[in-house]
Design a protein around this ligand. Structure first.
Ligand SMILES: *Cc1c(COP(=O)(O)O)cnc(C)c1O
Length: 462
């Protein structure tokens, strides 16, 4: 068993000032609701959901300080005071020189891909992310996975399953030439692998290698503070370093970053592109005008940028991160104690049920993870999401389904939203579905959208 070096008292470093009342549903209501949603949890109405673990994206509870920051919104078209606060915060906390706000992470990915990728380029990355890969492909690039093999094995206990395999990267460099590789995209933590972290040593080794070959490193820093927590807990020499200092060190080995502030940074909307190179910044700040807005607001209101600046500060607090990931580990340990197959080690932003081992009687064409997510909703009103064959989509060249090794159901924990009692309800419900797992028959897809199909696909029970 894995040893997470965390004390059991992970209690929250805050108290509750306002609550949101939830609708409680019956089994019959839930069966009706999920059928109407085509057995896709993305198509459920949120009012029919009791505990919403669809995503940790934009679902965080903001602090009283962030809410009061919203009142300080400077809604000028150009040069808003909140932009300068955000810029100062990004420089201070992450160390990047230039920042361009965007409406969310994919806005930054679009600008980055359009300015840095030429047709025929190769973009290595430590496992794909849906929107990231799509923007790379739309810009004419081709994504190549260079994550270590351990990441594709849900049972492997490697402490840093997000690590880049430098040998795989070297194979690409030898095959295509470094001039075909404008940058490598490094995600911290790796969402699709189950919130698995990258080690600082791996970042250092990667920096050394890419420097030699003139390849840039672009960080997908969506969950960089959560990654820093794992470095602090697991990597030799970092136990006494603050989350804040570890975050800054990670960023120091990179040339720029895309950020979905809807995750780590504790806001409901927002993101940015950060760069160190002046020319790259000039080009990106020109293009952002086309897609997002002027480079001092990038599709956001002044108040959104203010809340983001404050949220970034709060996200790198040691007390915050200990409670945040402490809660995730609490849920994961309950499930593990019951013998539920989950991705291990327990990752940063959620628990990933291993649908292949949960439903061994269903092959991937019956969408086991999609079916499991639907059953969990029916059981208790807990909403999760599929991360398997549906999310992986099709190869744009051959039109064939990708069959990812990992077939997962993601129970994503929003930040500062649910209590320990909610975690107990979730665990009990997963256990109940597990006990009755042999009755689950799988699904067939009856509607398939062209892009990012997992959002809008519809299914019927087999
Ligand atoms: C959410 C996410 C993105 C995209 O960000 P959006 O704000 O949803 O557009 C990119 N990369 C990772 C790892 C993410 O989790």
């Amino acid at each position: 068993m894995e040893k997470q070096k965390i004390k059991h008292s992970w209690a929250e470093p805050y108290k509750i000032k306002m609550v949101e009342l939830l609708k409680m549903t019956t089994l019959a209501q839930r069966k009706k609701a999920i059928a109407a949603a085509g057995y896709n949890t993305f198509l459920l109405k949120s009012e029919d959901v009791y505990i919403d673990l669809l995503t940790d994206s934009g679902t965080s509870a903001m602090s009283d300080r962030q809410w009061s920051g919203m009142m300080l919104g400077d809604e000028a078209y150009a040069g808003s005071a909140n932009f300068y606060h955000l810029e100062e915060t990004v420089r201070d906390v992450y160390g990047y020189k230039y920042v361009i706000p965007t409406h969310q992470g994919r806005g930054a990915e679009n600008i980055l891909s359009k300015t840095m990728i030429k047709k025929g380029d190769i973009i290595p990355g430590n496992m794909y992310f849906t929107t990231t890969r799509l923007h790379q492909e739309l810009a004419g690039g081709q994504f190549h996975d260079v994550i270590i093999d351990e990441a594709h094995d849900a049972e492997n206990q490697h402490p840093f399953k997000g690590n880049v395999d430098l040998n795989k990267l070297d194979v690409l460099v030898k095959k295509y030439g470094a001039d075909k590789i404008p940058y490598i995209c490094v995600a911290v933590t790796v969402n699709m692998a189950g919130g698995q972290p990258v080690a600082m040593q791996n970042m250092k080794d990667l920096r050394k290698y890419t420097k030699k070959h003139g390849i840039k490193i672009i960080l997908d820093m969506t969950r960089v503070a959560e990654n820093a927590f794992f470095i602090q807990q697991k990597e030799e020499g970092y136990a006494k370093h603050s989350i804040r200092s570890i975050v800054k060190e990670i960023c120091s080995y990179t040339d720029g970053a895309t950020m979905s502030a809807k995750k780590d940074a504790l806001v409901n909307i927002g993101g940015f592109l950060a760069l160190n190179d002046k020319d790259a910044y000039e080009e990106a700040s020109n293009l952002v005008v086309v897609y997002e807005g002027l480079h001092t607001y990038g599709g956001l209101a002044g108040r959104d940028m203010e809340a983001m600046a404050i949220g970034i500060e709060e996200s790198v607090s040691d007390a915050h991160m200990k409670a945040r990931i402490g809660q995730v580990i609490y849920l994961g340990e309950q499930l593990r104690n019951f013998g539920i197959p989950i991705t291990e080690p327990i990752g940063g932003h959620g628990i990933f049920l291993d649908a292949k081992r949960f439903l061994p009687h269903l092959d991937q064409d019956k969408f086991p993870a999609q079916a499991l997510a639907a059953e969990l909703y029916i059981d208790s009103g807990v909403r999760s999401m599929e991360r398997g064959v549906v999310s992986a989509g099709r190869n744009p060249k051959t039109g064939k389904n990708y069959y990812p090794k990992l077939e997962l159901v993601r129970l994503t924990i929003p930040r500062r939203v649910y209590t320990q009692a909610h975690m107990d309800v979730i665990a009990e419900s997963v256990e109940n579905v597990f006990v009755h797992r042999n009755k689950i028959k799988g699904l067939k897809m009856i509607h398939e959208p062209k892009y990012l199909r997992f959002f809008q696909a519809r299914f019927a029970k087999l």
